[in-house]
Design a protein around this ligand. Structure first.
Ligand code: ARG
Length: 465
């Protein structure tokens, strides 16, 4: 059965019966890997030009392949490409269609390569494009945060530890904390992109090829930094996909933390910020409700990305060198990670510039719970008291405040002086929330002047990214 028209599979020569129809469906990947068609065609074009330069394909054959692949791309774009699970995956679908369109020359395209180095190349190209798109959305979100930080460099809000009011901070400072998390996420994407940007083409099935190929040429043509160094490794490891998914899981973890805060902050009990109606939904039964669905959904989607990370790690761990069909299972988790991260970043980048802090309410909340107690202790240290003794003095003042339901800043000077004779009228400068934040005036501190500076610097860094 050597005639391909009798057995549609590309390995018909070796087989005496057709693939079981369930097995065909079970082993096919075309339903999901057709997403890499554009990358597959790019890879084939680079490979064909290299084969031509190496004297393996004639000018006419190269021309026919180039024109044929352009037609294939058109058919795909127009939605009339005849995808078929009989051709198993995106690679064989495109190659078979090319041959149907241009004849003999199409059959020569696979010279000196294998689907193993082809798929390893396609995924890298796909992921590189995806990382570029994700990095853009991430940058857009960061610009939104930095914008909020600039506007609200002096907006007071409570800072928390243990979700208990701790010390006043500024809203801008809080936004810049979120920005720092995302800045590291961006760095991880850059790292991952650098490490994956090597070209596996030429590794062929696992051992390389007998043809006089030029690996540097295909690598350069596809925008890779180098050809990979070892053919066995090239076709087998998917660590770059795992690395990306880990970076994605951290992005989602960070978005999830932001979501959690936005969800708390928008509740009627906090009322720290308002979200525009268009990012919220109502309840079908409770007329008063305005639910923060977008942050909730983002928080929820963290679970699927974390799941994909575990799926890919587990997929890889037992595989002997070199390629194994297990690797076909890398795509769905990877693609879903890309979609999820992109959507979540987009939602946040659209929403964040419209987060409106409720200044009065935030200031009120910042005062609650003796938030400037540490400032009073620091003040006493400045007057010569040892910190441990100052801590005790302030502890007593707070106990009195709790009893009288009075903030330290609302106590008469005479009452305060009862706790320590070192206290003078200038104490009120540090007992106000404004005085408290303004005095944390150093690199990384929450003073409005520092936040303004940090926001400017962050904004400039984002501009030249
Ligand atoms: N569809 C396959 C994958 O995704 C392509 C490589 C198949 N190679 C093979 N020898 N079966 O991994």
């Amino acid at each position: 059965m050597s005639d391909q028209s009798d057995n549609p599979s590309l390995w018909g020569g070796r087989f005496t019966e057709a693939t079981d129809s369930f097995v065909q469906r079970f082993t096919a990947s075309v339903s999901f890997d057709q997403r890499m068609a554009e990358q597959d065609i790019r890879g084939s074009l680079a490979h064909a030009r290299m084969l031509n330069d190496a004297g393996i394909l004639s000018e006419e054959e190269l021309k026919a392949i180039e024109d044929g692949l352009a037609s294939v791309q058109n058919e795909i774009n127009n939605g009339d490409f005849p995808w078929s699970i009989e051709r198993e995956d995106v690679h064989m679908n495109i190659e078979a269609r090319l041959t149907a369109l241009i004849g003999e020359a199409g059959k020569k395209l696979h010279t000196g390569r294998s689907r193993n180095d082809q798929v390893a190349t396609d995924i890298r190209l796909y992921l590189r494009d995806a990382i570029d798109a994700i990095s853009q959305e991430l940058t857009r979100l960061q610009k939104g945060l930095v914008g909020l930080a600039e506007t609200h460099a002096a907006t007071i809000m409570p800072g928390f530890t243990h979700l208990q009011g701790a010390q006043p901070v500024t809203f801008g400072h809080h936004m810049l904390a979120w920005n720092e998390m995302l800045e590291r996420d961006y760095g991880r994407l850059v790292d991952c992109r650098t490490r994956l940007n090597q070209c596996p083409l030429g590794a062929a099935a696992l051992a390389g090829t007998t043809f006089p190929i030029n690996r540097a040429q295909t690598a350069a043509a596809l925008g890779f930094d180098f050809p990979t160094r070892n053919s066995l490794d090239s076709v087998s490891d998917r660590d770059f996909a795992i690395e990306f998914t880990a970076a994605a899981a951290l992005i989602l973890t960070h978005l999830s933390r932001m979501s959690e805060e936005l969800i708390l902050w928008t509740s009627a009990q906090f009322q720290f910020v308002e979200l525009p109606d268009r990012f919220c939904t109502g309840s079908s039964i409770m007329p008063q409700k305005k639910n923060p669905d977008v942050p909730e959904l983002v928080r929820g989607k963290t679970g699927r990305v974390n799941g994909h990370l575990i799926a890919l790690l587990t997929l890889m761990k037992g595989q002997p060198l070199a390629y194994n069909k297990d690797n076909q299972e890398d795509k769905e988790p990877l693609f879903d990670c890309v979609d999820t991260v992109l959507d979540c970043l987009r939602a946040f980048a659209d929403m964040v510039p419209h987060v409106t802090p409720q200044k009065e309410r935030l200031r009120e909340a910042a005062k609650a719970g003796f938030a400037t107690a540490t400032d009073l202790a620091d003040y006493l240290v400045g007057k010569g008291l040892a910190f441990r003794d100052a801590h005790e003095v302030v502890g007593k003042a707070v106990a009195e405040g709790v009893k009288q339901k009075l903030d330290l800043s609302d106590m008469p000077l005479a009452t305060l002086q009862g706790f320590s004779p070192l206290i003078e009228s200038d104490v009120f400068e540090v007992l106000t929330v404004e005085g408290s934040v303004a005095s944390r005036d150093h690199l990384g501190g929450t003073a409005p002047a520092q936040v303004q500076l940090a926001a400017n610097n962050a904004g400039k860094a984002l501009e030249i990214r």
